[in-house]
Ligand binder design. Structure first.
Ligand code: HEM
Ligand SMILES: *[C@@H]1O[C@H](CO)[C@@H](O)[C@H](O)[C@H]1NC(C)=O
Ligand SMILES: *[C@@H]1O[C@H](CO)[C@@H](O)[C@H](O)[C@H]1NC(C)=O
Ligand SMILES: *[C@@H]1O[C@H](CO)[C@@H](O)[C@H](O)[C@H]1NC(C)=O
Ligand SMILES: CC(=O)N[C@H]1CO[C@H](CO)[C@@H](O)[C@@H]1O
Length: 343
């Protein structure tokens, strides 16, 4: 008969076993574990080096992956905190299908998964896809010319995608009201007007599909929007640079473009049409340092966006695209396409 003390010893042993050999059978953690920048220092000292070399090699071949990662970070963290919920990619459950125009780059998703595979090969399954998304994005911004900022670590990967409700809280590009945009950001702990203006500066890199600014081209009420309309009617599938000044450089070109009426999205233009935000746009257009300081602060805040259910989940150990349970069900199925460096 098991005494209460032997039960306790067994429980301790099970815990220790789970900690020292995380690849064996990871428990589903609950509560706020870790979530500090140095979380993996002891368990995976190679982490930073692997992330850096993978991101640098990928960007050298495909510069637009920096924008792909940055948007992925926003769309992962905003709905219910950074939990890699956006990476889940089974037909039954996929966040990227919840919004009709949610054009997340599959190549950026594949890059995260390929980094996970390298990290887990080196250290075991000790780093989550959510943590890797934060680290890889941070490094891609630095490589693109932008500022370094601190990201929390110890985030667990979700067991399901975010709900339609939470995903549809993402701001819409056709919003012309700064008050609405500020309110939307405020619900995620980004309540300073400067958070909205600085984070919109992410559009200093990246592209947009014609559909995302169709409202602006349709109005065709100034020279730039007529140009957008002409481009899109001639080449509907061609991507438009979001920063027409310096499209792939992480700098303050976006704000300079805004001040000459060359913001692509209606939500971008809204920032120069409102007096309060226009003053901040002006400050950022005049000082790259001022923009970088605020961008770094706001990205740290975004990385800590609220997790309504707490830091709950697992470390996905087979693929960032599936929960561990889904992977077990799918054993024997064909693997998803990996990240081919030469695409
Ligand atoms: C003010 C709220 C925002 C709205 C309405 C918005 C909307 C959009 C839209 C519609 C696109 C184009 C998508 C497409 O047509 O393919 C886009 C692209 C992008 N967004 Fe935002 N966004 C917002 C804020 C942010 C934030 C906070 C970030 C990151 C911190 C971000 C990062 C990006 C990046 C990097 C791209 C380019 C993606 C690529 O080239 O693949 N955006 N955004
Ligand atoms: C997600 O799944 C769809 C459909 O199976 C596939 O076309 C797409 O490439 C997948 N995305 C990634 C990042 O693998
Ligand atoms: C301008 O933005 C502020 C938020 O910064 C908002 O309170 C105000 O209502 C906006 N003004 C207009 C005219 O939309
Ligand atoms: C239109 O297309 C040209 C050629 O690709 C491009 O340089 C330009 O930035 C596009 N957009 C606008 C608004 O001019
Ligand atoms: C807001 C927006 O971009 N809407 C577009 C979504 O995609 C459909 C189909 O491509 C377009 O018709 C919408 O304009």
């Amino acid at each position: 008969m098991a005494t209460s003390s032997s039960v306790a010893v067994l429980a301790v042993l099970a815990t220790v076993a789970a900690l020292v050999s995380p690849a064996m059978s990871l428990p589903v953690f609950t509560g706020d574990v870790g979530v500090s920048p140095g979380f993996h220092a002891a368990s995976c000292p190679q982490l930073d080096g692997i992330v850096r070399s993978s991101v640098e090699a990928a960007l050298q071949r495909e510069v637009t992956l920096a924008a792909g990662l940055l948007r992925l970070y926003f769309h992962d963290c905003f709905p219910q905190g950074c939990d890699a919920s956006i990476l889940l990619n089974t037909t039954s459950a996929r966040e990227t299908a919840l919004l009709p125009n949610l054009t997340i780059r599959p190549r950026a998703m594949q890059l995260i998964e390929s980094i996970r595979a390298r990290v887990h090969a080196a250290c075991g399954s000790v780093v989550s896809c959510a943590d890797i998304t934060l680290l890889a994005t941070r490094h891609s911004i630095v490589v693109s010319g932008g500022p370094w900022f601190s990201v929390p670590q110890g985030n667990l990967d979700s067991l399901a995608p975010a709900s339609q409700d939470k995903v549809s809280n993402l701001p819409s590009p056709t919003t012309a009201s700064v008050a609405k945009l500020v309110e939307s950001f405020r619900t995620r702990g980004l309540g300073d007007v400067a958070d909205l203006v600085a984070l919109s500066g992410a559009h200093t890199i990246g592209r947009s599909h014609c559909g995302s600014f169709a409202d602006r081209s349709r109005r065709a009420d100034d020279t730039f929007s007529r140009k957008l309309a002409a481009n899109c009617s001639k080449h509907p599938d061609r991507l438009q640079n979001l920063d027409v000044v310096t499209p792939d450089l992480f700098d303050n070109g976006y704000y300079k473009a805004l001040r000459s009426n060359q913001g692509v999205l209606t939500s971008d233009m809204a920032l120069v049409k409102n007096k309060t935000t226009a003053a901040i746009v002006k400050r950022f257009a005049q000082s790259k340092d001022a923009f970088f300081r605020q961008f770094a602060r706001s990205m740290e805040k975004l990385a800590r966006a609220p997790k309504p259910a707490g830091n709950v989940g697992e470390i996905r150990r087979f693929s960032c695209f599936r929960t561990n349970a889904q992977r077990a069900d799918a054993a024997g199925e064909e693997e998803e396409e990996g990240f081919a460096a030469s695409a």
